[in-house]
Design a protein around this ligand. Structure first.
Ligand SMILES: C[S@@+](CC[C@H](N)C(=O)[O-])C[C@H]1O[C@@H](n2cnc3c(N)ncnc32)[C@H](O)[C@@H]1O
Length: 378
């Protein structure tokens, strides 16, 4: 019998009916046993089982990787072959603990033992050793995982949690930190920026512009990379007053000093500097809630000449083949930070239209899991 406060029954469309039917089959023990025994389905069943195990064990893999990076073992192995005794001394672990973590790392491709009692990096470890940005993120994740240690509490109480990430990102509206302090996040951003600019420099025609303003440009890594690639372009960088001195320090005495104009301010409260025909937003918008992003896009549209452009570059939701990066990873990361959400290209196109831009065009990037790009034209 239905009660007065029961919601009205919802009619199911074909996609929902199909999902329910598929899930009944996939969730049936009988079907799973049959698939595992049947030659054509066996490899699919094994792949699905391995994927399910990755979900079960993901945190353990992450912590093994964290030990390799945080202890410096990745660098210690570097291009060398080390004996187990050397590694025990380096890690300062009991011998059996070092042996256990080496084997764990070998199972994940971080290390390998090509001959008895000698260890080198494995294929995953060798690739990681060349990626300072990824290693900086792995170290940084210690904060995020502490916030996630009680995921129920975090999800139920975003504002009151005073999470470690909201303290780290001092511009997050609920940050408890004194935002006059030099921003701790700028170092992390500088370390991870090369993997982002590699997605867009050489793919977007910066040379077709006269003056570029990088909003939220941090200590200037992106501006420096564009400046080196596009000699004739005048450059500007806009960031919070506590961050701009870091950019000043980077450019002082360098060849770029005269080409880069630094603007200190907040895009929440201050006008956008005028006179630029390209504005770049590199890993900026996803950190902010919809009202802030919508107001910023409208202010940018106002500040640009007709035909001027905004280039948005950041990891986005609904990226085919990297769905987990968007709504799972960034969804929870930004939740813990207390600000923003991952958005799809489609939502940015809608927001841009509302802000007054006349067209939006996606620019393909080589690794969309790192960043996608969208150009808005006034
Ligand atoms: C996630 S970091 C990205 C930095 C840089 N664009 C990059 O990709 O390495 C966000 C940047 O936006 C800046 N920012 C945040 N809120 C801001 C605001 N209201 N006004 C100006 N800059 C802001 C931060 O200081 C920081 O440098």
């Amino acid at each position: 019998m239905s009660r007065p406060d029961d919601p009205a029954p919802v009619s199911l469309n074909w996609r929902t009916r199909w999902a329910l039917r598929r899930n009944r089959i996939l969730g049936s023990r009988k079907f799973q046993d049959w698939a595992a025994r049947t030659p054509v389905f066996r490899s699919v069943a094994r792949r699905k089982a391995a994927r399910q195990f990755d979900l079960v064990a993901g945190f353990v893999y992450t912590q093994i990787t964290y030990i390799f990076v945080q202890s410096g073992l990745i660098g210690f192995l570097g291009n060398s072959a080390r004996t187990e005794a050397e590694i025990v001394r380096f890690l300062d672990f009991p011998q059996d603990a070092a042996a256990r973590i080496l084997k764990a790392g070998a199972a994940l491709g971080l290390a390998e033992s090509p001959q008895r009692d000698l260890w080198t990096l494995g294929v995953v470890g060798a690739a990681l050793s060349a990626n300072e940005g990824a290693m900086a993120m792995i170290r940084h994740h210690a904060l995020f995982y502490r916030d996630l240690s009680d995921p129920f509490a975090l999800l139920k109480d975003r504002g009151a949690a005073r999470s470690e990430l909201s303290r780290f990102w001092t511009y997050a509206p609920k940050s408890a930190e004194d935002s006059q302090q030099p921003a701790p996040y700028s170092e992390l951003m500088a370390a991870t920026q090369p993997m982002v600019w590699q997605q867009i420099i050489g793919r977007y025609s910066f040379g077709s512009h006269r003056r570029m303003l990088d909003i939220g440009g941090g200590s200037g890594t992106f501006v420096a990379a564009v400046g080196a690639h596009t000699p004739g372009l005048d450059l500007g960088l806009f960031d919070l007053p506590e961050v701009v001195p870091l950019a000043h320090k980077r450019f002082a005495g360098s060849e770029l000093e005269k080409r880069v104009t630094l603007h200190a301010g907040s895009f929440r409260t201050d006008p956008i500097p005028a006179g630029y025909d390209l504005v770049t937003l590199i890993r900026i918008l996803h950190d902010h809630d919809d009202d802030v992003v919508q107001a910023l896009l409208a202010a940018l549209c106002e500040s640009l000449p007709v035909g001027g452009k905004v280039l948005i570059v950041e990891p986005m939701a609904e990226t085919r083949g990297a769905e987990g990066m968007g709504d799972a990873y960034f969804g929870l990361y930004l939740w813990a930070m207390g600000s923003g959400r991952p958005r799809s290209i489609h939502s940015y196109v809608e927001m841009a239209q509302l802000a007054g831009f006349s067209t939006s065009k996606a620019v393909p990037t080589p690794l969309p899991i790192i960043a996608k790009a969208l150009v808005l034209t006034k």
